[in-house]
Structures are given as structure tokens and as C-alpha cells.
Design a protein around this ligand. Structure first.
Ligand SMILES: Cc1cc2nc3c(=O)[nH]c(=O)nc-3n(C[C@H](O)[C@H](O)[C@H](O)COP(=O)(O)OP(=O)(O)OC[C@H]3O[C@@H](n4cnc5c(N)ncnc54)[C@H](O)[C@@H]3O)c2cc1C
Ligand code: SF4
Length: 280
């Protein structure tokens, strides 16, 4: 049973979210997917994590002069990751691929704003998307932020994942050439060899914060991108704003229909997990 404090917090949160939707988003509101105006599956010429859509959007934004900087995430020594600023299409391409860790991107956003940058793209997980929108509300109107959100069911705690991978496959996570999550499986390549396990077998390696997180599809982004709902090699794309529509327009990509139901299933499953964690 929710206490008065919990009820007040929920009401405050709903009010904040409604403000973000009103100011930044466009389209109809779906109970599972949030506000959106278009949704499809796409494959680009970039060999990204899935359909390379995020990289293609960043490249297009730089080439059309829509961005002067983009905040992306790079691997840094072993299985660690950090936010970095890309200043060109080439630097955005160098950041492709998912790093399954929770990375703070807002510190870099503040730095860019302080430097006077006015056309900033930012790639982030749903938790960071909300923080970015809060910062954006404090910025002058001529500072254009484009938020590309990634679907996210969980991030890993690096130390716990390393231990679990070592126990399970007898390999060192820091030497991984690629890690991928697809259709409920965790796929790892080390020394040219593929190792696969069910994602649920890695639950103990999840970042603690993620258990309380409710947003799977980055509901407050201009464009959300993930793999769920698309076949191998394609990305699911949800367009949520005028800024997103302008960026996606005439994107050079092969487009096909998306499986909305499988996205909605994970949205519900993530909400249920958060509800359970916050009441236990
Ligand atoms: C922690 C995490 C969990 C995810 N879980 C799911 C999931 O359960 N289901 C699902 O459908 N999709 C999930 N995704 C999204 C998916 O893995 C792909 O990132 C997405 O489909 C985009 O693919 P792409 O080929 O368009 O990206 P690419 O063209 O390869 O570009 C990826 C971009 O993401 C940036 N990036 C990489 N890691 C991070 C990070 N940790 N934080 C912020 N930016 C980052 C890179 O800098 C790059 O710009 C997850 C992503 C993350 C970061
Ligand atoms: S599950 Fe939530 S808290 Fe964890 S990284 Fe993804 S968006 Fe952030």
C-alpha cells in the first residue's frame, strides 16, 4: 500500500513528465511507448550495434550542420566506458557500438553549454534522457539539444559482470572484442570465439540502480533507438518530436515494419520489475 509520501512523490513525478512531454514532444501518447509520431524498423549503411541508425543520425546531423558537437560513449581500457565529445562525423562513427554500462553524459553537456555550443546532440540511456531534459529547461531557447535515447532494460556492474563471465566462460571480459544483447541472450566474443548465455542468468551482475528504473524506450528522447521489435541487423526507431522528425527525414536507410508488441512486452516487464523493487 502506497504511503502519503510515495503518493506525493508519484504526483510530482507525473507533473514533471507531463511538462517534458508538453514542451519537447509531439504525437499521440501510447500507454506503453509514450508520446510518439512515427515508429519503424531501419537498417543503414553503418555497421553499428544493430542497424547503425544512431551513427547514421549523428553523421547526417554533422553533415547538414545541425550539430556542432555530439556526446557519445567510448570504451576506455578494458570493459569501461566514458562519455566523450565528437566534433565531426568521423569521430561519431568511431564511437559506434553499445557499451552495456550506465554512463553519466550530463557533465559533458554542461561543459559544452559553458563553452557556448549551440547545436548539441546527445546519445544516452533512458535515465540520462530525463536528466538532460531537466537541464534543457534551464537553457536559452537558441541552444538546440537533440536527444537520441537508447532502449535499455539493464546496465551491468562492471566488476560483477567480469566475475560472472569469468566463472561461466573462463574468459576475461576486459579482452572482449564485442558484447551484444539480442532476443534475451548475452553474446560475447573473445579471441574470435563466441560465448552465449541467457540474459536472465546475468541478473546478479546488473547495476543496482537499474532494478528501480521504469523507462525502457527512453520516453523523453527526440528519437529512441533499440533492437527489440526488429530483426537481426535492424534498429527499432521511435520518433517523438519535431526535432526528431527533421533529423530522421530522408535518412538513407532500408525501412520495414516493426513488431510493436514485443517492445510493449519489455516496457511492461521493466515497469513490473521497478514496482517490485520499490515495494520490497
Ligand atoms: C546499457 C544499455 C542497455 C541496452 N539494452 C537494450 C535492450 O535491452 N533492448 C534493446 O532493444 N536495446 C538495448 N540497448 C540499445 C542497443 O544496444 C543499441 O544501442 C541501439 O539499438 C542502437 O543501435 P545502433 O546500431 O543504431 O547504434 P550504433 O550506430 O552502434 O551507435 C550506438 C551509439 O550509442 C552510444 N552508446 C554506446 N553505449 C552507450 C551508453 N552506455 N550510454 C550512452 N550512449 C552509449 C555510442 O556512443 C553510439 O553513438 C541498450 C543500450 C545500452 C547502452
Ligand atoms: S536500466 Fe535504467 S538506470 Fe539502468 S542504465 Fe538503463 S536507463 Fe539507466
Amino acid at each position: 500500500m502506497a504511503t502519503d509520501k510515495t503518493k506525493k512523490y508519484r504526483a510530482f513525478k507525473m507533473c514533471q513528465e507531463a511538462k517534458i512531454e508538453h514542451w519537447f514532444l509531439k504525437g499521440h501518447k501510447d500507454a506503453d511507448l509514450g508520446v510518439y509520431c512515427n515508429m519503424f524498423s531501419a537498417k543503414t549503411v553503418f555497421e553499428g550495434q544493430d542497424g547503425g541508425v544512431v551513427t547514421a543520425l549523428l553523421v547526417k546531423g554533422f553533415k547538414k550542420g545541425l550539430f556542432d558537437s555530439a556526446i557519445v560513449v567510448h570504451h576506455k581500457g578494458g570493459y569501461k566506458a566514458e562519455a566523450k565529445v565528437a566534433k565531426s562525423a568521423e569521430e561519431a562513427i568511431a564511437a559506434k557500438g553499445t557499451k552495456y554500462l550506465r554512463v553519466d553524459v550530463t557533465a559533458k553537456l554542461r561543459e559544452l553549454v559553458d563553452q557556448g555550443k549551440k547545436r548539441i546532440a546527445i546519445v544516452c540511456t533512458p535515465c540520462e534522457t530525463k536528466k538532460v531534459r531537466k537541464i534543457q529547461q534551464t537553457l536559452p531557447i537558441n541552444c538546440q539539444i537533440t536527444v537520441i535515447g537508447l532502449f535499455c532494460f539493464r546496465a551491468f556492474n562492471k566488476a560483477k559482470l567480469k566475475e560472472e563471465i569469468s566463472k561461466r566462460f573462463k574468459v576475461n571480459l576486459d579482452e572482449a572484442e564485442e558484447t551484444r544483447v539480442h532476443h534475451g541472450k548475452f553474446i560475447l566474443h573473445v579471441d574470435g570465439k563466441e560465448h552465449i548465455c541467457q540474459l536472465k542468468d546475468l541478473d546478479s551482475a546488473m547495476d543496482n540502480v537499474c532494478a528501480y528504473c521504469e523507462d525502457f524506450t527512453a520516453q523523453f528522447a527526440d528519437i529512441s533507438v533499440g533492437s527489440t521489435g526488429s530483426r537481426e541487423g535492424f534498429s527499432t526507431v521511435i520518433v517523438r518530436s519535431k526535432v526528431g522528425e527533421d533529423l530522421i527525414e530522408k535518412l538513407n536507410a532500408c525501412i520495414e515494419a516493426v513488431d510493436k508488441a514485443s517492445v510493449a512486452k519489455l516496457v511492461k516487464s521493466k515497469r513490473e520489475r521497478a514496482e517490485k523493487a520499490s515495494t520490497s
